[in-house]
Design a protein. Sequence first.
Length: 223
Amino acid sequence: MEEVRGVERGSYIWGRSVHNIRIERLWVDVTRGLGLKWKQFFHTLEASDGLDINNQAHVWLLHELFLPMINEEAEQWAATWNCHVIQQRGKHHLSPQAMFLEGVIEHGQRSIQLSDNNDIDDVNEYGIDWQDLENHHIRFHHDTNNSPIHDHHDNNPFVLNQPDQLSHIEVPDTSCPFNQVQLREFCRHLPQLLERTQADMESRRLLWIQGLDIAVALTQPLA
C-alpha cells in the first residue's frame, strides 16, 4: 500500500492490534471454521501416525495427499463467508459480497491506483472497531497466535507503532522423493484408496497411513 500510494498517508495502519481488529475478527472465523481442524489433524499425524515434519519426503507426501483438499475447503469457506451477513452499526446489515456490489453501484469500479483526498483526523484511532476490541475471544485469538515484539516506542504517544519486524512464514519448496518409475507406481495406487474421496478427518488419517505405507514400500531396497 505504501509503495503504491506513498508513505504517511494512512493507507496502512501499522502497530497495535487494535488498528486491525476487523481482520483479527476474520482470522478468528478462519481458525474456527477451517484452520483449527487441520492443525489438530497434523498434530495427530505427528504424535500417532509417523509424520516427521523435519523429513522433506513426509512434507511432500502431505502436500500431495492433502493440499488439494485444503484448497478446496478454503474456497468453499470463503464463498460461504462472503455471503454471511455482517452487523454494521448505523447501517444495513449486509454480506461482504453485497457490500462490494453496493460499493460498485454507488461509486463505480475503482482500482488501487485511484487516489482520494480523504483526510484522516487521527491516524492512531483510524480503523478501530471499538465494539470488537472488547471481545475477549478476538483478543485471546490474537494474543495466542502472535508473539509479542518489544516495541521501544510503546510509551511514546507521538510515534506511530511501526513494528520492528513483520510476521513471516517460510513455506518449504519440497521436491518429489520418487524417481519416475516410483512416482508412476505411486500415482497408480493412489486413486484406489477409498479414503481419498472421504471428507471426514478419520478417513483422511487412514489416507495418510496408507499413503505412507505405499511410499515406504516403493522406496524399500529389494532384499
